[in-house]
Design a protein around this ligand. Structure first.
Ligand SMILES: CC(C)(COP(=O)(O)OP(=O)(O)OC[C@H]1O[C@@H](n2cnc3c(N)ncnc32)[C@H](O)[C@@H]1OP(=O)(O)O)[C@@H](O)C(=O)NCCC(=O)NCCS
Length: 247
């Protein structure tokens, strides 16, 4: 199945998704731009109990991050009453970074990827969007950075955000199983490699996390990193504009 994401143009969200499951065809996918930051922050505030700093959002734009935004079309009415279809809203996000793994003498051996944040807005869940974002970001990490291993942290039990999530979101004492995220990552090939007591601190207390890890197979790496082989950074960046994610 191949998916092509073709736009870095802020005003257009072109794509070509010939073999995508029908239920995801209405979505648009592209990388993050500065203009998206307010919406990205709002979505993070709604999705995650951890509150990220302005520096975190600023760093998402640098060359050490890969990210995918998912937009859903929303039907907005023109002033005359006719419907327009070009309005979209941000409903999903995946952000990731990487770091080199060095060997003896400091020589670079390979890269390890790290999924920093990933989430889907309520109302768009359980239709495969989260799985699609995980698989796509993993494949981008392989394709552009030839990562061999991808890590991420996930809460063991997720505190419930109050319904009015946003900058004033509060956390209730109730903790619910983080089963949706754990199952989704398991489905995408991640395994629990470490239990990390008190890994997170928010809402006035510590929270445990799992470290999840996915080892990329030799076949995946050789198939997907071929695109980047021998390419300059500029060419790789251009590759982002005509991105081919093979699912
Ligand atoms: C976790 C999250 C990203 C899942 O997104 P999603 O788009 O609903 O996921 P998918 O539709 O691709 O579902 C993938 C799998 O996850 C599991 N899953 C998803 N929602 C579930 C739920 N409510 N209960 C149990 N399992 C669930 C299922 O196993 C599902 O696979 P299946 O449909 O084949 O059974 C979404 O619930 C979310 O954004 N949660 C808040 C943020 C978060 O926890 N992010 C992850 C940690 S960084």
């Amino acid at each position: 199945m191949s998916i092509t994401i073709v736009s870095t143009d802020l005003t257009r969200l072109d794509w070509d998704l010939p073999d995508c499951p029908v239920n995801l065809r209405e979505f648009r996918f592209r990388r993050l731009t500065r203009a998206d930051l307010p919406a990205v922050k709002e979505l993070h505030d709604a999705l995650f109990p951890v509150k990220y700093s302005d520096a975190f959002y600023e760093e998402l734009l640098n060359e050490f991050h890969i990210n995918i935004l998912a937009f859903a079309p929303v039907c907005k009415m023109r002033s005359g009453g006719s419907a327009t279809e070009d309005a979209v809203e941000l409903v999903g996000i995946a952000t990731a970074t990487w770091e080199p793994v060095t060997g003896i003498g400091g020589c670079r051996r390979w890269h390890e990827g790290y999924i920093s944040t990933l989430g889907v807005a309520e109302g768009y869940r359980q239709i495969g969007l989260g799985t699609f974002l995980v698989r796509s970001i993993v494949r981008l990490l392989i394709q552009f950075k030839r990562v061999r291993v991808v890590h991420l942290h996930v809460l063991v039990r997720a505190p419930q955000l109050c319904l009015s999530a946003g900058p004033e979101a509060t956390i209730t004492p109730l903790q619910v199983s983080n089963e949706p995220a754990l199952r989704m990552y398991a489905k995408c090939g991640f395994v629990r490699t470490q239990y990390l007591p008190d890994h997170y601190h928010f809402g006035g207390r510590h929270h445990d996390a799992y470290l999840l890890t996915r080892t990329c197979t030799r076949d995946e790496i050789s198939a997907l990193s071929r695109v980047g082989t021998g390419a300059t950074d500029q060419a790789k960046d251009a590759g982002w504009s005509a991105l081919c994610v093979i699912l």
